[in-house]
Design a protein around this ligand. Structure first.
Ligand code: ADP
Ligand code: MG
Length: 150
């Protein structure tokens, strides 16, 4: 298992990279997305959505836990922060093995429901408009495809 590092110098560059990733995603893919407030998680997800052919505006799902967008494949954008103190199962397995792509923010809070194979993304703020995106494909399902775009 290896981690790729991708640096961007603007929100547009982050979106462009995410769009490229979005264009190779397949049904049943699960991505975890971590990073501090303002790191660029929502910006990244907007780009990813574009790569999935989604035209609707993507916003933070903070007040809804799961937001669904229709595109080439459906995107399920989840922010499970509010499940920190509960182990409530909102039917995650059906989402994860379902017809679309899942992006999970604060995935540590639902660790027990996450599939073993997944694509882990971490965005760090390196000052001003610089960001580093760490991409760790876990499982053969992701390794080959990620290698191609990195
Ligand atoms: P989060 O969802 O992680 O809290 P947002 O995507 O909402 O973060 O906010 C990131 C902010 O940082 C946006 O205002 C965006 O324009 C800005 N930004 C500046 N440089 C970058 C970059 N290289 N990548 C992503 N966002 C950037
Ligand atoms: Mg956000």
């Amino acid at each position: 298992m290896r981690t790729y590092h991708y640096k961007t110098k603007s929100a547009e560059e982050t979106m462009f990279f995410a769009e490229k990733l979005g264009s190779i995603l397949q049904k049943g893919d699960v991505l975890t997305l971590a990073g501090d407030l303002g790191a660029g998680k929502t910006t990244f997800t907007k780009g990813l959505a574009k790569g999935l052919g989604i035209t609707r505006t993507v916003n933070s799902p903070t007040f809804t836990i799961i937001k669904e967008y229709k595109g080439r494949l459906p995107l399920y954008h989840m922010d499970v922060y509010r499940l920190e103190d509960s182990d409530e199962d909102l039917g995650f397995e059906e989402y994860f093995s379902g017809d679309g792509v899942c992006v999970v923010e604060w995935a540590v809070f639902i660790e027990e429901y996450l599939p073993q194979d997944r694509l882990e993304l971490v965005i760090s703020n390196k000052g001003d408009d610089e960001r580093e995106i760490q991409v760790t494909p876990i499982g053969i399902r992701y390794e080959e495809r990620v290698k191609e775009i990195m």
